[in-house]
Design a protein around this ligand. Structure first.
Ligand SMILES: C[S@@+](CC[C@H](N)C(=O)[O-])C[C@H]1O[C@@H](n2cnc3c(N)ncnc32)[C@H](O)[C@@H]1O
Length: 352
């Protein structure tokens, strides 16, 4: 069975989040609607990224486990999924946010690497990022408070960046938002229980991470673009480890030459089959773009090996970078993109 929808974004799902390639911002209502039609009380979001889908499920009253390989995603998951809004001292956190916002800038690694050697953020805000990042480590914080303050810093820094949404390149001229003063705000936290995890998805599923959970949501990288490369600035900001950087983009030297099988067309199918075999939930919901490595008909056949499959097609605009145009490493516009719409397929597998 195939259903087709065109989408817009509805109010309560429009949470403030970092700009992210492949983010499910626009289709979260559809994903949630599908899940809510099932007898599902617990969900594992295996490639949680911005945590948008996990957040919607948690707001919908479900128990949520949010996993991703990236460190910045784990911070967002700790703040939005593992932290119960009922159990956090908002006044204390607000006082920390006010204190961090009042700190004078102290240029350090972030400013030098990402604002002078590259131009992702204006040096004025870069120096404040350096000062705030260092101060977060000096404050006496619980694990959840630490994650909430780091998430606030990530969200604030993203609002004043000078990119088209990925960190392979930056704009030649400062984006107008980059000239604004960065301002941390207390993120809107969510009531309820959840868990954050930072593991390889297959390792996590093999270790029983999806056991006893009703549904596993799978939204893997779907093309050759590596998240480690595209969001290296956020990764370095949360790790706070001042790595050696290379190239115009000033990427972390430790990701140089590292190949993720999810970003490889020849390896993608086998990797997905390995994951599907390891997942233990009754339901699997898989998001896949029409721009991905596997055509939808073939994907349906692959998933059919694991249970009954139904498919929903959602037509929406491509990510903001695609709408702005194609840029070279210096951030200059060098071409236009072939199309600005894509179709997101949602495959539901019931192994009941
Ligand atoms: C398409 S994005 C997910 C977007 C997310 N659903 C959202 O709405 O923000 C794919 C995610 O897979 C993560 N990832 C890449 N390789 C991974 C792996 N081996 N295990 C777990 N996560 C991985 C990336 O860090 C990225 O966040």
């Amino acid at each position: 069975m195939i259903a087709l929808y065109r989408v817009g974004v509805r109010g309560p799902y429009r949470t403030k989040m970092i700009k992210y390639l492949g983010s499910k911002r626009k289709i979260v209502p559809h994903i949630l609607m599908q899940i809510q039609q099932l007898p599902v009380r617990s969900v594992c979001d295996l490639f949680t990224g911005t945590t948008r889908v996990a957040q919607a499920c948690k707001r919908g009253g479900m128990y949520v486990v949010a996993n991703d390989l990236a460190g910045y995603s784990a911070v967002l998951a700790q703040a939005f999924i593992a932290t119960n809004a009922e159990c956090i001292d908002r006044e204390r956190l607000q006082a920390h946010i006010d204190h961090l916002n009042a700190l004078p800038g102290v240029p350090g690694y972030f400013t030098r690497t990402f604002c002078e050697e590259a131009r992702y953020v204006h040096p004025h805000n870069g120096a404040r990022i350096d000062a705030i990042r260092a101060e977060i480590e000096r404050l006496s914080l619980t694990e959840n408070e630490h994650a909430v303050l780091l998430a606030a810093l990530l969200l604030a820094a993203d609002k004043v960046d000078s990119t088209t949404g990925v960190q392979m390149a930056y704009l030649k001229q400062w984006a107008p938002r980059a000239l604004k003063n960065m301002e941390l705000t207390l993120p809107e936290l969510i009531s309820g229980e959840g868990v954050a995890s930072q593991e390889d998805a297959i390792a996590f599923a093999r270790a029983g991470g999806t056991r006893d959970l009703d549904l596993t949501y799978i939204d893997p990288p779907y093309n050759q673009h590596s998240y480690a490369g595209n969001y290296h600035v956020w990764e370095t900001l949360v790790r706070n480890d001042a790595p050696e950087a290379y190239g115009v983009a000033r990427k972390r030297a430790d990701i140089r030459g590292v190949r993720n099988p999810w970003n490889s067309k020849p390896r993608f199918r086998a990797t997905l089959m390995e994951l599907l075999t390891a997942v233990e939930s009754r339901y699997i919901l898989l998001s896949f773009s029409n721009e991905g490595f596997v055509p939808s008909a073939e994907m349906e056949l692959m998933l059919g090996e694991f249970g009954n499959v139904s498919r929903t097609d959602i037509d929406f605009r491509r990510y903001i970078g695609a709408q702005i145009g194609v840029h070279n490493p210096a951030g200059e516009k060098v071409g236009t993109v072939s199309h600005t719409r894509n179709v997101e397929h949602l495959f539901l597998v019931d192994r009941g």
